[in-house]
Design a protein around this ligand. Structure first.
Ligand SMILES: *Cc1c(COP(=O)(O)O)cnc(C)c1O
Length: 362
């Protein structure tokens, strides 16, 4: 691989040079007023992207830290957690819940299909004592977008805290934390926000706070009560450099406009789906209507090794796309089209993919 590959993977994504430059500013003391003002300002700006009035916290860690913060703050050993699983990342909530000695109840959906709302309704009736319900909005492992709004309508009438992973979608697809009744929304920096890896973000609703306050959490570093007490700079040293990058990344989002950004992602996803199918690749998700706006999962034609295909793209064209994960390893390819990339990058990837397909078919 050369020094400057085109990243067409579902994170980390391309980081604009403006953001890189912003991060080269001198380090401010994180307890000083200049840094606090910067930090608090970015939290307010993030609320617009989350579409929430709830609290938001900036955590030092990758997206999984926000997932762990959500689960670990609302469960005690033995608590029931309904985990809606239709891929690797939604399955992670199940693993986290188990690690904190909760009792996860998995509701499985076929990989490539979306979470089925009727099934969720039945599960909520069957487990009225569930303390939380978890799901992924954009299941990156399969390229499926899940019906968070519809599930939120159901969970809001229960005592359960609704926890959603939006790591590969927030800032790239429409997501309405408050309107969709999401109590805890977890996201990360290195996907649609086009920042380097290292920041995680979480929102916390009033309903979630009530549960958190009544829960004996076993988390220390991610104890959200500590973050609430220390909003202006986080209880432990935040990554100051990434906070500068965050400001610049949010400036870029403001300049484009969130709506236009979401529309761009939709357009790019559409182009990838159309062109890939013309080349003989098939959509992995069960139907076009559930396809993600930020990552497209594709089956390759019979007899073609997805690993070799990716290898040609990487070695000859310096373009990186992703393969399948877990049970889909060796079966599919995934093209990330998220963050700051545009049609230029998407068409270049598709053209090189077409050439690579010819090469590996020979
Ligand atoms: C990337 C991703 C994660 C994991 O995020 P990390 O930043 O690697 O911890 C979790 N969920 C989804 C849906 C993702 O796309």
């Amino acid at each position: 691989m050369k020094e400057d590959p085109l990243l067409m993977i579902p994170g980390p994504t391309m980081v604009p040079s403006r953001v890189v430059r912003a991060m080269s500013a001198p380090i401010l003391p994180h307890r000083g007023s200049a840094f606090s003002a910067l930090f608090l300002e970015q939290i307010e700006r993030l609320k617009k992207i989350f579409q929430t009035k709830n609290d938001i916290f900036i955590l030092c860690g990758s997206g999984t830290a926000a997932m762990e913060a959500a689960v670990s703050n609302v469960v005690e050993p033995g608590d029931k957690v309904i985990c809606l699983v239709n891929g690797k990342f939604s399955g992670r909530f199940y693993e986290i819940a188990g690690r904190f000695k909760a009792t996860p109840v998995v509701i499985d959906f076929e990989w490539g299909s979306a979470v089925d709302v009727e099934t969720v309704k039945e599960a909520l009736e069957k487990y009225p004592d569930a303390k939380a319900v978890t799901m992924a909005f954009n299941e990156t492992s399969t390229g499926v977008r899940n019906p968070v709004k519809e599930v939120g309508e159901l969970v809001k009438d229960t005592d359960a805290v609704f926890i959603v992973d939006t790591i590969s979608a927030l800032g790239g697809d429409e997501f309405r934390t408050d309107d969709w009744h999401v109590d805890m929304c977890a996201t990360g920096s290195q996907k649609c926000l086009a920042l380097p890896p290292g920041l995680a973000f979480i929102s916390v609703s009033e309903k979630a706070w009530k549960v958190i306050e009544a829960t004996d959490s076993s988390s220390y570093y991610l104890d959200l009560r500590r973050y609430r007490d220390d909003k202006a700079h986080a209880p432990y040293t935040p990554p100051v450099t990434l906070a500068y990058g965050l400001k610049e990344a949010l400036d870029i989002i403001d300049e484009e406009g969130l709506d236009r950004r979401i529309e761009r992602h939709r357009r790019l996803a559409h182009i990838v789906r159309e062109e890939a199918q013309k080349m003989g690749l098939a959509l992995f998700p069960a139907s076009e209507g559930i396809c993600s706006s930020t990552v497209t999962a594709l089956r390759v034609p019979e007899g073609i090794d997805p690993g070799k295909l990716r290898g040609v793209l990487r070695d000859e064209f310096d373009i990186v796309i992703a393969g399948g994960q877990a049970q889909l390893k060796g079966d599919i390819i995934r093209i990330g089209h998220m963050g700051v990339i545009g049609e230029k990058e998407v068409y270049a990837t598709l053209a090189c993919l077409s050439i690579a397909l010819d090469r590996v078919s020979l």
